[in-house]
Design a protein around this ligand. Sequence first.
Ligand code: CTP
Length: 211
Amino acid sequence: MRAVLTAGPTLEPIDPVRFLSNRSSGKQGYALAEALAALGFDVTLVSGPTALNDPPGVATVRVETAREMLAAVERALPADVFIAVAAVADWRPAEPSAIKLKLDKSGHGALKLTENPDILQTIAALGPEARPRLVIGFAAETHDVLDHARAKRVRKGCDWIIANDVSGAAMGGADNAVTLMTPEGEESLAQAPKAEIARAIAERIAAALGA
Ligand code: CTP
């Protein structure tokens, strides 16, 4: 069985020394990659910049931008399961500067942004030949967590979504609490170390694929 995952933040250049990014540590995605490898999956992890070591037994591909992340995922397919754990920047600077921007020269105009590709939605919309059998997203929310996550599962076209309350210390922290949402129902996994949450999710993926 093959699994492809994304994890970590993306980094979107403004100029050679500045970028837009977010607070994702990559811990939950790396833990899930490791848990799937421990169950015998052949795992490719496409990771944005993180401070973590490559997980043991996992082919790790390092990227920076959302567009590089999508290209690396497409190269890593086909797979039985795709899991989008990364906190992808929805927007990137429209015209990154080749030289360091100077406030006096560029004025204080707003940074012009353009939309990034949605990796999860792109993979979920692949034709039946190319689409992984199971496509799973994460929904990082700070409020109305379950409602937003339910809507996101439908909007993104994925099979499962894992709702993740990031209003507290989950982002960057060692623990997580999630709700697994599938077409069959919802299951809450109580607060636990990210490695434990990862093992529980990996077991459910293996069971769903008959692995
Ligand atoms: N995702 C992705 N590509 C993007 C944006 C998000 O693959 N450009 C994936 C994430 O990896 C995650 C899911 O989509 O699995 C939901 O990400 P999230 O940041 O919670 O949602 P957004 O699409 O950014 O929606 P919103 O900002 O409205 O909450």
